[in-house]
Design a protein around this ligand. Structure first.
Ligand code: NAP
Length: 330
């Protein structure tokens, strides 16, 4: 096998980012789409020029039309369909948040091991050169000791019927966009926090429509993250060390539009750091190809993914109980 046949499991809105990325990749093609009705699958396949359309998710998983599936389902369905896909011999790229409990993450990981299928969380920004460059600066010690990471992601959620507002479907702004600042902080700090403190505002939907979290990494190192469904679109991050700080005006999305990665020297002199251009969703697709076709380990490990879910759960528990929550067995 020298190329991957991809199937889209659902006609999710986010597919519109993955389809061009798979097509731009050298070793992948979009060969099928599955939807809960044949009519919807057919219409989507025609719109996006996809060769095969399946009227159920099961039908695509049981066919030979695809080697790997992209799962862009509502959050509460990620674990169930990732597991079914792997049990049907399909590799899986699953959207964030990967799952809504550690039991789900552990089961998905176990099935990946048992079946030998590649399983990865679709955190596209982690594969972008800008994020990797920040990681290099941090690991090379160019910022000195990292004392504080601050990051934010918000947008105005206008459609009150959106799946992001359904509590039992893993709704909430921390699960939806707060996981970007959360995972960024863990990437920069090199692992999960020792303890967390969360504050949430529950909207009329019953889910957190704004969320702020404080994460303690020990030795006086902290991260502060925030997310909201009731603020204008805004993404931003800052990494502050004893030898200077980096600011990212577009750390997570739209990275090629007006992006600035700035280094502030200790005397506050500002320097713009050049970042290579790369289509934002291409890296995660190429990483899947390398894992499936070349046997390389996934860049974003399942251990890291597990810690994203663990930290999010701890933040929610803290917000609910009003207590600091310590992370066990990190
Ligand atoms: N990485 C990113 O940049 C990014 C951006 C946005 C979203 N996401 C993630 O991608 C996932 C999907 O988000 P989205 O905004 O694309 O979702 P969406 O447009 O609402 O699509 C979800 C799809 O799931 C299918 N589905 C199955 N059961 C459903 C149910 N009970 N209710 C509603 N839909 C159901 C539907 O497809 P069929 O009708 O075809 O079966 C629907 O089109 C989420 O996990 C989200 O966190 C990631």
């Amino acid at each position: 096998m020298d190329s991957i046949k991809w199937g889209l499991l659902s006609t999710a809105n986010i597919n519109r980012r993955l389809i061009p990325a798979i097509r731009a990749s050298k070793r992948g093609q979009v060969t099928a789409v599955a939807s809960r009705t044949q009519q919807s699958a057919d219409a989507y396949a025609a719109q996006w020029e996809i060769p095969q359309a399946f009227g159920s998710y099961e039908a695509m998983l049981e066919s030979d039309a695809v080697d790997a599936v992209y799962i862009g389902l509502p959050n509460h369905l990620h674990a169930e369909w990732s597991i079914k896909a792997m049990q049907n011999g399909k590799h899986v790229l699953c959207e964030k948040p990967f799952a809504l409990s550690l039991a789900e993450v552990d089961e998905m990981t176990a099935v990946s091991r048992q079946t030998g299928m590649v399983l990865a969380e679709a955190f596209m920004y982690r594969h972008h050169p800008q994020t990797k460059l920040v990681g290099e600066w941090v690991r090379d010690g160019r910022l000195g000791d990292i004392v504080l990471v601050r990051a934010h992601f918000s947008f105005m959620l206008q459609n009150r019927g959106n799946v992001r507002l359904v509590p039992e479907w893993g709704g909430g702004c921390l699960w939806d966009v707060g996981v970007y600042p959360l995972s960024f902080a863990q990437f920069v700090m090199g692992g999960p926090p020792q303890s967390v403190w969360g504050e949430q505002w529950l909207g009329p939907s019953g889910v957190d429509e704004s969320f702020s979290g404080q994460m303690d990494y020990g030795n006086g190192r902290h991260a502060q993250i925030s997310s909201a469904f009731r603020l204008p679109f805004h993404t931003w991050a800052e990494v502050i060390g004893t030898k200077g700080r980096l600011t990212l005006n577009r750390p997570f999305v739209g990275l090629e539009k007006g992006r600035q990665l700035l280094f502030y020297h200790p005397d506050d002199k500002v320097e713009e750091i050049p970042v290579p251009q790369k289509e934002l969703y291409l890296g995660e697709v190429e990483d899947m190809h390398a894992a499936i076709l070349d046997g390389q380990p996934s860049y974003l490990t399942l251990a890291e993914t597990r810690s994203h879910v663990q930290t999010a759960l701890a933040l929610y528990e803290s917000a609910r109980t009003g207590q600091r929550v310590f992370l066990k067995n990190r």
